[in-house]
Design a protein around this ligand. Structure first.
Ligand code: AMP
Length: 217
């Protein structure tokens, strides 16, 4: 399965991508995670990416495209779930070219549809563990002890790009730069819209049912 997962920032792409990758036994490739890893390593790429990410801006296309060209040509990428890439039309074109070269085109693009007010509410309640990467939500998935990670007992923090002004800015960037990517996949007949509000298990079932109806019928 070669699947692109689209949707607004904080719309649940990471959760669904993790499940899809396990279900289809393909790598989950998340550009946001790749950048966060580089940031923790203190690499030059990490420092550059951090200066964009903390302001809620997109990392420049040239940087993202170089990173992804390399990643997609690795041996484990016969199938993949792409999470957070492509986020601009330019990235979508580079993805298409790169996959054409290795004869592994995108088969389906799933678009999680989530209204802006739901995104703002979710981000306000999200808490993360910088030590082990676990993610919580104050009401939907609270830790057992307030402010403490269940997994490794480290203090939980708010992701800098989850601050309310940053979230609103990320949504503006999403509408301006990434919605055209949704239209791009629609024009290619590859787009499946899925309601992204509600129980993650049900959302996952809906995604699988839609994929089944287009890919295996
Ligand atoms: P995410 O975890 O997918 O929400 O990504 C976190 C941040 O990483 C985004 O707000 C962007 O600053 C940056 N980022 C991730 N993927 C991309 C991409 N495809 N293009 C540009 N910036 C990206």
């Amino acid at each position: 399965m070669r699947l692109v997962l689209l949707g607004p920032p904080g719309g649940g792409k990471g959760t669904q991508a993790t499940r899809l990758a396990a279900a289809f036994k393909v790598p989950h490739i998340a550009t946001g995670d790749l950048f966060r890893f580089e940031i923790t390593q203190g690499s030059e790429l990490g420092k550059l990416a951090d200066s964009y990410i903390t302001r809620g801006n997109l990392v420049p296309d040239s940087v993202v495209n170089d990173m992804m060209r390399g990643r997609l040509k690795e041996g484990d990428c016969e199938g993949f779930i792409l999470d957070g890439f492509p986020r601009t039309l330019e990235q979508a074109h580079v993805l298409e070219e790169t996959l054409e070269q290795i004869s592994r085109p995108v088969e389906v693009a799933v678009n999680l549809v989530v209204p802006d007010d739901v995104i703002v509410e979710r981000a306000a309640g999200r808490r993360v563990c910088r030590q082990c990467g676990a993610v919580y939500h104050l009401t939907a998935k609270p830790p057992k002890v307030s402010g403490v990670c269940d997994v490794c007992s480290s203090a939980l923090t708010v992701r800098e790009d989850d601050q309310p002004e940053t979230v609103r800015h990320r949504l503006e960037v999403y509408h301006r730069s990434t919605e055209p990517v949704v239209e791009y996949y629609q024009s290619k007949g590859l787009l499946l819209d899925v309601d992204g509000v509600g129980n993650p298990n049900e959302i996952f079932e809906n995604i699988c049912a839609k994929i089944q109806s287009v890919c295996y019928n």
